[in-house]
Ligand binder design. Structure first.
Ligand code: NAD
Length: 311
């Protein structure tokens, strides 16, 4: 049975398992239209109502494909997209680009509003610009009824908290900060968000593909030791007769500090397997064994964004 949680102080009730749409843009592997559409339709039918995408994923492909797949189902979902990041190293947090870029996102998504508009990977921008220009531009889009709520996303916890301390945001999405390999979000960002009534979204429960049989994609920024730890978790779970990705997801679903956990999805099989994680229980003994495997690299991070924002 799907569970839903309130996203901070917003009126959005979102499924604890969220549909991360970046793989629809072929960022992990090439996907086919029939499997993409089947994955989205099945997810909606099974009660997954939270969908997260960005113009950056697959350089607009993921948005266009999600828009197509959601045709006729738009009102059943809480749709989140992003602005400010448009390529691997293409960032533009200016009001002009945010406003113009968002109109293009709406066209690709085949809708006239999104439920959540997020400034994407804010550690690549200057705090002052994000606070004084980007977020106010997004609030104007909110006033026009084109975005119901406004949030920020990123990797640097320090930077996310600095921005949210200076400008009001409705939600914060952080990724690779709470899963089997790392839990540092729980000591800093989570209490901060609770105190300020900000909704928290946890992304990348598989550490962007590290805790999977296939392993990390080429572009993954994590040091080798972390990738190796991921493969050791996979082997350990296999030896215990369970699927590591399901265990990893279950671990995140159990975390009440976040309203939703976004897992990257593009195939029916993965949607089915991840839905199974809603029903499963993980033996405490297995979690202890995993913790031992992870101990030497627990909470290891990598630099991301402008030097001044890292942390
Ligand atoms: P993830 O950790 O969820 O891993 C996704 C990869 O694992 C994909 O290759 C997927 O096909 C595969 N996978 C999914 N379920 C699986 C299963 N049961 N077994 C084996 N493999 C499985 O990483 P992610 O896609 O990076 O993160 C999820 C979503 O969170 C993204 O799609 C995006 O929406 C969001 N996100 C946002 C940001 C940001 O805003 N800065 C950053 C990272 C992620």
């Amino acid at each position: 049975m799907m569970e839903y949680r309130q996203l901070g102080g917003t009126e959005l009730r979102i499924s604890v398992l969220g549909f991360g749409a970046s793989p629809l843009g072929d960022v992990f592997r090439k996907t086919e239209p029939a499997e993409r559409n089947a994955a989205v339709h099945f997810a909606v039918d099974q009660g997954i109502n939270f969908f997260d995408v960005s113009p950056y994923y697959g350089l607009t492909l993921a948005e266009a494909r999600l828009g197509e797949a959601l045709e006729g189902r738009r009102e059943k979902v809480v749709l989140a997209t992003k602005c400010g990041r448009y390529g691997d190293s293409e960032f533009d947090f200016s009001a002009k680009r945010i406003t113009a870029g968002f109109e293009e996102s709406l066209k690709r998504l085949r809708t006239d509003y999104v439920d959540l508009l997020q400034a994407h990977d804010v550690e690549f921008g200057h705090v002052q610009q994000v606070v004084e220009e980007t977020l106010p531009a997004m609030r104007r889009l909110q006033e026009q009824g084109k975005a119901r709520y406004v949030g920020i996303t990123g990797y640097s916890l320090k930077n996310l908290m600095e921005i949210a301390g200076k400008a009001k945001v409705d939600s914060i999405l952080s990724y690779c900060r709470y899963n089997l390999l790392i839990t540092d979000m729980d000591q800093s960002l989570a209490p901060f968000a609770r105190e300020h009534g900000i909704g928290l979204i946890n992304a990348s429960p598989l550490h962007m593909g590290i805790i999977t049989e296939r392993g990390a994609p080429e572009w993954h920024p994590a040091p080798q030791a972390l990738r190796d730890a991921g493969q050791r978790i996979v082997a350990l779970c296999k030896a215990r007769g369970v699927d590591a990705s399901e265990v990893a997801l279950r671990f995140c679903l159990d975390y009440a500090g976040a309203a939703s956990t976004l897992v990257g999805l593009s195939s029916l099989g993965h949607v089915e397997r991840n839905l199974k994680a809603l029903e499963m229980k993980v033996e405490p003994e297995l979690l202890r064994e995993i913790a031992e495997v992870v101990a030497p690299v627990k909470d290891v991070t990598w630099p991301s964004g402008l030097e001044e924002n890292c942390g």
